[in-house]
Design a protein around this ligand. Structure first.
Ligand SMILES: Nc1ncnc2c1ncn2[C@@H]1O[C@H](COP(=O)(O)OP(=O)(O)OP(=O)(O)O)[C@@H](O)[C@H]1O
Length: 216
């Protein structure tokens, strides 16, 4: 469903990815692992560029509008599914139906009590979950996320990974945490120096081997 064939990527004259051939079928939960600078974000962007209309994306910097409320930021996930007049009305006076929908998503992420707080007043971990909630509101079945739990503690990381696994059919996640990748994904792709150095089902992998090669 998502395919790359001998793909490469560069920034100016710096090669970030070389000779990447990859197929990701629908329904798979994939973790991209590798040390900082290995090429995870670049690979995520390359794959995302193939089907941006079908993929919900959580970028590393979240892409939130800090002056707007949590509600409005999360609602933005469904802007494209509503008519302009509805979006404008809802901006001025939040409407009952989308408020209930946004609240239900936020409650899954333990953020229901922050509904109308400005994003600028949320902690880093709360903002990260806000970006995830916005992606969940998009309504698609595919999520790409760049370090989706990097600002969360262990308990919340597990909660969010479980929510993502249930909510989306297909996941492609750039991850630093090898234990979470092993626990919640069914395929691990390892990157080193812009090349794929590992591509295997999670069940066939040993934690200690991964930590030695890809751990920070
Ligand atoms: N905007 C950019 N301009 C120039 N070089 C870049 C840019 N973004 C990334 N690179 C380079 O491309 C390579 C791969 O970067 P990338 O961000 O994909 O790695 P990563 O594995 O996601 O790292 P991290 O875990 O730190 O986010 C690195 O050598 C990086 O320095």
């Amino acid at each position: 469903m998502l395919t790359l064939e001998s793909a490469s990527a560069s920034y100016q004259d710096r090669v970030a990815l070389s000779d990447i051939s990859l197929q990701i079928p629908a329904g798979q939960k994939v973790a991209l692992i590798g040390r900082s600078g290995a090429g995870k974000s670049t690979l995520l962007k390359l794959l995302y560029g193939q089907r941006p209309a079908d993929i919900a994306l959580v970028p590393q910097d979240y892409g939130l509008v800090s002056s707007l409320s949590l509600y409005h930021n999360v609602y933005m996930g469904q802007l494209g599914r509503r008519p302009l007049w509805y979006n404008l009305l809802n901006l001025v006076k939040p409407l009952a139906q989308p408020v209930a929908e946004v609240k239900a998503v936020l409650e899954q992420l333990q953020l229901g009590d922050k509904l109308f707080e400005p994003v600028a007043q949320l902690s880093g971990g709360q903002q990260q979950r806000a970006a995830i909630a916005r992606a969940m509101m998009q309504g698609g079945r595919i999520l790409f996320a760049d370090e989706p739990v990097s600002s969360l503690d262990e308990q919340q990381s597990k909660l969010v990974m479980a929510v993502l696994r249930d909510h989306f059919d297909t996941l492609v996640l750039a991850m630093h945490d090898i234990d979470l990748a092993l626990a919640y994904c069914d395929r691990i792709i390892g990157l080193d120096g812009g090349r794929i150095t590992l591509d295997a089902p999670t069940a066939s992998l040993k934690r200690d081997d991964l930590l030695e090669i890809y751990g920070e």
